[in-house]
Write a protein that binds this ligand. Structure first.
Ligand code: 5GP
Length: 179
């Protein structure tokens, strides 16, 4: 008989209510800081940031444009910390205000690479909004301008974050308990 895969129920780390409440606070802060902006370019990093980005941007009153990067996870044939851009943004950002939106900052290599690239291309300002920060794991400095929640060094899933491409659609941040 074929072996049945045991369904593992994730534990909750940050509830849907806490996430949504924090997003409302972040959106209010961002609206206040960009009160004079007529176009803020919000750049997400695929795929993990999408759920957070959609909920955050729906709360903003500031006029925004939306674009995306996709980076490759470092694997065989890459140096530690080497980040490859798999999909570039479509828009020109020269002279524009850019808000980079990310799900989680871990070692910091992904965002360091993207932030440097955005500045190199002549953005007027570049700020970072991240839902989660695993600060103890940081290897390169990445200042976070708007942070949802600092977390411990635990592998999290849900609300955009995956484990083997699954669990992204959980409305909360969770973790899988190993036996
Ligand atoms: P960094 O370049 O900061 O080390 O890595 C950032 C990326 O690693 C995130 O965008 C995310 O894709 C992945 N990552 C880091 N920590 C976690 C985690 O706890 N859970 C999941 N699902 N992905 C993570």
């Amino acid at each position: 008989m074929a072996q049945q895969k045991k369904k593992i129920e994730p534990k909750t780390l940050i509830s849907e209510e806490r996430i949504q409440a924090r997003i409302r606070e972040l959106a209010a802060q961002i609206d206040q800081d960009y009160a004079d902006s007529d176009r803020l370019i919000c750049v997400g990093v695929l795929k993990g940031s999408v759920f957070f980005m959609v909920d955050l941007l729906k709360q903003l009153k500031t006029p925004i444009a939306v674009d995306f990067f996709q980076t490759s996870s470092y694997g065989a044939g890459t140096e530690p910390g080497e980040v490859r851009i798999r999909k570039d943004i479509d828009m020109s950002i020269r002279g524009k205000d850019v808000l980079l939106i990310e799900d989680i900052v871990d070692t910091g290599y992904t965002l360091r690479t993207i932030l440097d690239l955005l500045r190199f291309r002549g953005a007027r300002s570049v700020k970072l909004c991240a839902l989660l920060d695993k600060e103890t794991r940081r290897e390169v400095e990445v200042p976070i301008d708007y942070l949802g929640f600092p977390i411990e060094d635990v592998f999290v899933i849900g609300y955009g974050l995956d484990y083997d491409q699954l669990y992204r659609n959980l409305p909360y941040i969770g973790y899988l308990e190993t036996e």
